[in-house]
Design a protein around this ligand. Structure first.
Ligand code: ADP
Length: 265
């Protein structure tokens, strides 16, 4: 519905505002429709795998190797479904301001090491090297360790997804003045063009909607960072790579703990 006609100035302005709102509603409905269609697809793919393999296994007659393969696919696809559902639940919690943080003192280097362990297998599949540059001190922040890990897992996951085989992904901790600390996740992957750089943090947005995923990851990540009184920035150059910067309030800086793996050698 559009409001037309010659009206006095204020009414003209009101009409323009209402027209703008109507356009926004159409646009946001379109975004929601696209989201529902992409999430349905995301849910259907693993379900099809689970259904296919469970039916095949029930029919019997396989050797232990084949049975193991089928079971491992079922288990992997189930994990994927749980991940998707958790992502949607997190998103909805954040929308309703219901995400509760369990705050403690968190050593950033430890969180990044745990993150790297979690994604190691995925990086290995593409022979991607993960490098941690922890800085020359132990940086402690006040945070929900699990939620912070979720932030870095998502960023490194994206970095792996959008990087070529045999490339390197760096996780860098830097001190920012005063009393702030920056974690950078830097890849040398496909990059993001300037046209889309502002949009990738929007919910549901994907540069290429056919590549899987929901477009919720960065929106969730940014909101978790903001709940920690932090900020997230993205710098990227098409075909050269992307750096995501997470800046957080620094609680304390301690002398670096010795690297036990190096000492042991
Ligand atoms: P999704 O879960 O669908 O990947 P995200 O919110 O995490 O959603 O990311 C949104 C979009 O931003 C991605 O679909 C991709 O187009 C782009 N993107 C995110 N991280 C990177 C990266 N490291 N390199 C290139 N493009 C990226």
């Amino acid at each position: 519905v559009r409001i037309k006609g010659n009206y006095p100035h204020e009414i003209g302005e009101l009409a323009a505002t209402l027209n703008y709102m109507a356009d926004e509603i159409v646009r946001s409905n379109q975004i929601k429709d696209d989201f529902i269609s992409s999430i349905s697809h995301e849910l259907r793919t693993p379900l099809t795998g689970i259904k296919g393999w469970s039916e095949t296994l029930v029919s019997g007659g396989f050797d232990p190797e084949e049975t193991k393969l089928g079971m491992s696919i079922i288990s992997k696809e189930t994990e994927r479904l749980i991940g998707l559902v958790e992502e949607m639940l997190d998103f909805s919690k954040l929308q309703q301001n219901q995400m509760k943080l369990v705050i403690g003192q968190v050593n950033l280097k430890e969180i990044l090491q745990e993150t790297m362990l979690n994604v190691w297998a995925k990086a290995e599949q593409k022979q991607i090297k993960l490098v941690l540059e922890p800085g020359d001190a132990s940086y402690i922040v006040q945070a929900d360790g699990n939620r912070l890990k979720q932030v870095f897992l998502n960023l490194v996951d994206n970095a792996i997804k959008f990087s070529p085989n045999e490339s390197t992904i760096k996780l860098v901790i830097k001190e920012l003045a005063p009393e702030r600390v920056r974690i950078v996740v830097k890849d040398s992957g496909i990059g993001i063009s300037t046209e889309f750089l502002e949009k990738v943090k929007d919910r549901f947005f994907q540069v290429n909607p056919n590549q899987g995923g929901t477009g919720l990851g960065l929106a969730i990540t940014q909101q978790i960072v903001q709940l920690h009184k932090g900020e997230m920035h993205i710098e990227s150059e098409l075909d050269h790579g992307t750096s995501v910067m997470v800046d957080l309030p620094l609680l304390e800086k301690k002398p670096a703990t010795p690297d036990l793996t190096k000492e042991a050698n």
